[in-house]
Design a protein around this ligand. Structure first.
Ligand SMILES: [Zn+2]
Length: 345
């Protein structure tokens, strides 16, 4: 085994794995580590748009179907909380269709990400949630990427056509500068975009509730929504304004979030620095969130050493967050995602 799986599991990290991460069968792996695991995670749909389970709607990585099903059935039967990962708006397969691509202000379409103002794509998400929810062994879906790439998205034809009249502009003349020059327009832009994201997440949550009725499960299927927390965008304020999701509003919908910490930076801030204090302050909402019955987790890509995990756990300790989720590597499309989020458009 390449990684410190035993230590990760003993430290209660939910490792969201792909079959390639481990050089063993699901059965071998789980029989080795089950006694250390309280939560287990496996990717169900990844940024390529392909699923590891036999989906009827999405393209399928068939070579992984048996592993996926054996994994969830084993972890469930051993009483381990079983989560699966679902990348949503980063969907390279679906985004091949120019009709769905999200578009930068300069008119450049993104070939890896869908515009969140697509009810038909949320419908597609509904079908994926239902397919996953029909496995009684799956207890939770970790939903990645439900928001906008950044504040300067989306300038697709549909978004321009719908939004321009709200700020007294012609769709063809709507520019990012026009929005940011006027604070009132800019705030309208934030509100309008976050409303699109909420409405979509409500659709996914309804799908989860529908499938609860269909499948006999002890606990309802939980949807946990990724929230990007990034110092460049102003942390919590940026989560809502730039990406379109406000954690406290999500409390009303799914009651569960995972905070993707500093997604575009290889480093987390060190305790004692101002950046660290700002981060802890931004995470204060977690206390309120939990008091009202919600679940908050800290998430990080590329947790590949115990040092990484300890950094994450220190932040959790200082912020009163006790759930930790991580992947061993970075998403396959990480560089293009990072470029579209922090690049100049
Ligand atoms: Zn759009």
């Amino acid at each position: 085994m390449k990684q410190n799986f035993r230590e990760f599991f003993m430290q209660k990290l939910l490792v969201l794995i792909r079959p390639e991460d481990i050089d063993a069968s699901a059965k071998e792996f789980i029989s080795t580590y089950a006694s250390y695991m309280t939560e287990a995670g496996i990717v169900a749909k990844d940024p390529s748009g392909y699923t590891l389970y036999p989906s009827k709607y999405a393209p399928v990585e068939e070579q992984h179907n048996a592993f996926f099903e054996e994994w969830i059935n084993l972890t469930d039967s051993l009483g381990i909380h079983t989560a699966v990962g679902m990348d949503f708006y980063t969907d390279r397969w679906f985004a091949k269709d120019p009709k769905y691509q999200t578009v930068a202000p300069n008119g450049v379409p993104m070939e890896h990400q869908i515009c969140p103002n697509r009810p038909e794509f949320w419908e597609y998400g509904v079908e994926i949630v239902k397919e996953l929810g029909r496995y009684p062994a799956i207890h939770e879906i970790l939903v990645f990427g439900t928001g906008f790439i950044r504040d300067h998205f989306c300038f697709c034809e549909r978004c321009k056509r719908e939004f321009a009249p709200l700020v007294n502009q012609e769709p063809d003349k709507l520019t990012y500068g026009y929005l940011t020059e006027n604070p009132e327009y800019h705030e309208k832009w934030h509100e309008w975009r976050s409303e699109k994201v909420y409405q979509g997440i409500i659709m996914l949550q309804k799908a989860a509730e529908e499938v609860n009725r269909e499948v006999e499960r002890e606990k309802p299927l939980r949807l946990t929504i990724e929230v990007l927390l990034d110092p460049e965008t102003g942390l919590i304020k940026g989560a809502r304004n730039e990406y379109g999701y406000d954690p406290l509003k999500l409390l009303e919908i799914t009651k569960s979030v995972m905070i993707n910490l500093f997604p575009w930076s290889p480093l987390l801030p060190t305790p004692g620095s101002k950046e660290y204090d700002d981060l802890i302050e931004a995470l204060y909402f977690a206390t309120e969130f939990k008091r009202r019955g919600g679940t908050v987790a800290l998430f990080r890509w590329g947790v590949s050493s115990l040092d990484h995990l300890h950094e994450l756990k220190q932040i959790g300790k200082d912020a009163g967050i006790e759930r930790f989720i991580g992947t061993l590597g970075y998403p396959t499309d990480y560089s293009i995602r990072r470029e579209s989020a922090v690049g100049n458009y």
